[in-house]
Design a protein around this ligand. Structure first.
Ligand code: SF4
Length: 593
């Protein structure tokens, strides 16, 4: 920051000029160890003794929260310290402070879990959390409302099911995603197995996790405790997902590292490595933006793990450790460009990289309803609105899923759209399964509108501390209105994706959908259009500061034009893209003038 001094009055300060350093002008030119001042979180990580901090000691104290430093480290252990924001006003009036609660996330590679694991997690939701489970947009499961006094027992119990929370959050590789369908053709199995291998390879090696949560014996970490991450771990979170051209259900372009499989002669020959996807941005900060992953290289299947390690190490060394808002690998890809990124990556793999093959994604199956696996068995996908598993009124989702798992003992697969597949079923079980759904008020997939099945939201208020606006609790009502509007326009069966988040961080990937709704300020949202179901392009801002109650009416003029002017096979997002930003916005102005 420079002081501007008055040229007439000696020494008088008349203003300040802030010069901001951008990546590409020095920030990301230097491998770890050089560059501008690091963010405070960096020294917390570096001095954490491989993520231990003083979490163990703090757990033993009779407080309801952690220190700021431990709060940061806790994320690596799979938990966020949060506040019950619904209770805030009342507690303030009563002269009370925040009611601290914790979110706990299980890392479940490819979304696979056994019947026993599911039943154990369901039981824990009642014992330690708020009586609900939440299937996440990355094929994990979250618990909300856990109290600090129960945190250790809760995490230990999760580990007792042979699942973990380690690395579910924090500046490491997060849950690895894969298409969930249990197809017996070998290809889906290969992707699931690769997801499992990648998850194991990039799991933090620290023994601190066991020491803190499982009363493991304290053992000094060796000097190279984290051979991939190093002492300061990654500059920011890192996400991986695998996809097939005909099954992009993981949203491969939204991944820091997306692996798009190329199939030859009935087997996976290799993967296009797509690098730099990421949805997060900050309102009013043009230096942050959503970005789709770019094809960097083609990698034979045998070299997937070492090449993925090279990408992670490159990010470790060159990622921005000064400004956490610019710390994702997408900014390296954006600022350097693909050719330079590939050249630097080639140094890490110690050899040339093959250019990416020409391949596009073409499908985004939801896997709902009954499908043959190809081995004589069936799987059945159940839609879970916004991933929230709870009993409420006539919709007894939690009880219904538990009853299904107890009765049929299926393997379960969580989908990237927050739904669940029951796998390995006999054909004869399918009608019985649907009866159980009916008994619990759970809609069979064919009875749900296409738009609702293609929609999702993040949790937002009351649990997420970053939420500016409602999302999970607001989207069902918006969809009720949108369904009525689509029916009125004769567009009822239209495959339209709607994604909503309570802030611009984009956890439900709202910048790729036909319609994106992003919390802006209390009850007002930024409305985006122009993405698509398949997830291979970004949408654009249609209107800012749209009140929640006016979202559907804001879309109405465009939907009407879509009905009149669409081309054959054109989706709503395609149509908006064809219109372009100016014309799409002009439609609104025209409608409101
Ligand atoms: Fe929270 Fe924002 Fe993520 Fe929603 S998108 S869960 S509000 S951080």
């Amino acid at each position: 920051v420079f002081l501007l001094r008055c040229p007439k009055v000696t020494g008088k300060v008349i203003g300040l000029v802030k010069i901001q350093a951008f990546e590409g002008q020095g920030m990301s030119e230097h491998p770890e160890g050089a560059g501008p001042k690091r963010s405070a979180v960096e020294s917390v990580k570096e001095n954490s003794r491989a993520l231990r901090g003083s979490i163990g000691e703090e757990l033993a104290r009779e407080t309801d929260k952690f220190s700021d430093a431990d709060k940061n480290l806790l994320k690596f252990h799979g938990s966020y310290q949060q506040e019950d924001r619904d209770a805030r006003k009342m507690r303030r009036a009563d002269g009370l402070g925040k009611h601290h609660i914790f979110m706990v996330r299980c890392k479940i590679p490819g979304g696979r879990l056994t019947a026993d694991q599911y039943l154990a997690l369901d039981e824990l939701a009642g014992r330690y959390a708020n009586g609900t489970l939440r299937f996440t947009s990355r094929q994990g499961i979250q618990f909300h409302g856990v109290l600090k006094k129960d945190l250790k027992a809760h995490v230990a119990a999760i580990n007792g099911t042979l699942l973990t929370t380690l690395g579910a959050c924090g500046d490491v590789n997060r849950n690895v995603m894969a298409p969930p369908a249990p197809r017996a053709d070998g290809i889906y199995g290969e992707l699931q197995e690769t997801a499992r291998r990648l998850a194991a390879h990039f799991a933090p090696r620290t023994r601190g996790y066991h020491e803190v949560w499982l009363d493991g014996k304290a053992i000094a970490e060796p000097e190279d405790a984290e051979p991939i991450y190093g002492k300061a771990y990654l500059p920011r979170k890192f996400k991986m997902g695998l996809a097939l051209p005909e099954d992009n259900s993981v949203d491969v372009y939204a991944q820091d590292l997306g692996l798009l499989a190329l199939v030859q002669d009935g087997r996976v020959a290799g993967y296009n490595f797509l690098v730099g996807g990421g949805m997060g941005m900050s309102h009013g900060n043009a230096n942050t933006f959503p970005f789709l992953a770019r094809p960097i290289a083609y990698v034979p299947r045998e070299e997937v793990v070492p090449t993925a390690e090279a990408v992670v190490k490159l990010f470790r060394d060159y990622g921005n450790r000064a400004d956490r808002k610019r710390a994702r690998i997408k900014y390296l890809v954006h600022d350097w460009g693909v050719d330079r990124f590939r050249a630097v990556l080639a140094d890490y793999v110690k050899g040339p990289l093959a250019l990416p093959r020409s391949v596009e994604v073409t499908g985004f199956p939801l896997h709902l309803g009954a499908h043959p696996q190809g081995d004589g068995k069936w799987y059945y996908g159940v839609s879970i609105e916004n991933g929230r598993v709870k009993d409420e009124g006539g919709l007894r989702l939690r009880s219904g899923l538990r009853a299904l798992v107890e009765r049929f003992r299926p393997e379960l697969r969580l989908t990237p759209m927050q739904d669940v597949l029951f796998c390995g079923l006999d054909g004869a079980a399918l009608p019985q399964l649907e009866n159980v759904l009916d008994e619990h008020g759970i809609a069979r997939p064919e009875r749900l509108s296409t738009v609702r099945k293609h929609s999702m939201s993040c949790p937002a208020i009351p649990t997420c501390g970053l939420a500016i606006s409602e999302a999970e609790r607001a989207l069902p009502g918006i969809l009720d209105e949108l369904e009525a509007e689509l029916a009125r326009l004769g567009l009822k069966g239209e495959a339209l994706s709607v994604r909503m988040t309570g802030c611009p961080n984009g956890c439900a990937r709202p910048y790729q959908s036909d319609v994106g709704i992003v919390g802006r300020s209390g009850d007002k949202y930024v409305l985006y259009v122009g993405g698509n179901v398949v997830g291979d392009r970004l949408n654009f801002e249609l209107q800012d500061l749209v009140p929640r109650g006016q979202i559907v009416s804001a879309l109405r003029p465009l939907l009407e034009r879509f009905r009149e002017e669409r081309r054959e096979g054109e989706g709503f997002g395609d149509f908006c893209q064809r219109l372009g930003v100016d014309q799409a916005r002009a439609s609104l102005a025209h409608a409101t003038s």
